[in-house]
Design a protein around this ligand. Structure first.
Ligand code: CA
Length: 227
């Protein structure tokens, strides 16, 4: 899952980025309203943490309004130093999904991020189920037919991304955008290598040998999780 943090105070921005990365999210940071809006329009993000007061020609409320007017439904958590009722209502009316008043406990931000990320699919307990696969993004566990599959962190993030887009073609570029940080130089064949690791663990074990492959290659396009 890839998150955009639009926050002008470097200390807070850094703390949010580091904290979210520790929880396994891929995070990009920008520091003013103009960059914020330009990045936010890129559909690569699964969620935006948006400060209300920002330098530049757009503040958080305006960014929110513009995105919603453009039918962009990316989940948005708005941050603000002010917490009066009027401010909250203004933020929510502008289209923010949630609102957090500074200073906030990082755990609360994480809980709200998780709640918003699972909202579209109406999942409870941070669980994703696709065919025989089950993934718990809180405990980092994966099972196939109730048998535990041990994955590395990157393998887990890759599978989570595939499971959020089942029966759709996802390209290697989409996978890189959502599973790796932009500062890392990831080659397309690194994705192939990781898909290979996942297949080995999800498909090649003795008890699954007779089943259909679940990660299918669509030559020239990408991969489909089909199970
Ligand atoms: Ca600010």
């Amino acid at each position: 899952m890839r998150i955009l943090v639009i926050e002008d105070e470097p200390k807070i921005a850094r703390a949010i980025k580091q904290g979210l990365e520790l929880k396994g999210y891929v995070v990009d940071s920008v520091y003013d309203g103009d960059d914020g809006l330009a990045y936010a329009k890129d559909s690569v993000y699964d969620l935006i943490v948006l400060d209300r007061m920002l330098p530049g020609s757009k503040d958080g409320v305006e960014i929110c309004k513009i995105l919603r007017e453009e039918k962009n439904s990316v989940p948005i958590i708005m941050l603000t130093a002010r917490g009066t009722l009027g401010d909250k209502v203004e933020g929510l009316n502008a289209g923010a999904d949630d609102y957090l008043v500074k200073p906030f406990a990082f755990d609360e931000l994480i809980a709200r991020v998780r709640a918003l990320l699972r909202r579209p699919k109406q999942n409870i307990n941070n669980k994703l189920d696709v065919g025989p696969l089950s993934l718990d993004s809180l405990n980092y566990t994966v099972t196939r037919d109730n048998k535990i599959i041990n994955l590395t962190h990157k393998e887990f993030m890759l599978l989570e991304y595939l499971m959020r887009h089942p029966k759709q073609v996802v390209t290697k570029e989409m996978i890189i955008d959502h599973v790796w940080n932009e500062e890392s130089d990831i080659l397309l064949n690194t994705v192939e290598v990781y898909i290979g690791y996942l297949r080995k663990k999800l498909e090649d074990q003795d008890q699954f040998k007779n089943s259909e492959p679940i990660i299918k290659t669509k030559r020239g396009f990408g991969y489909i999780l089909d199970c």
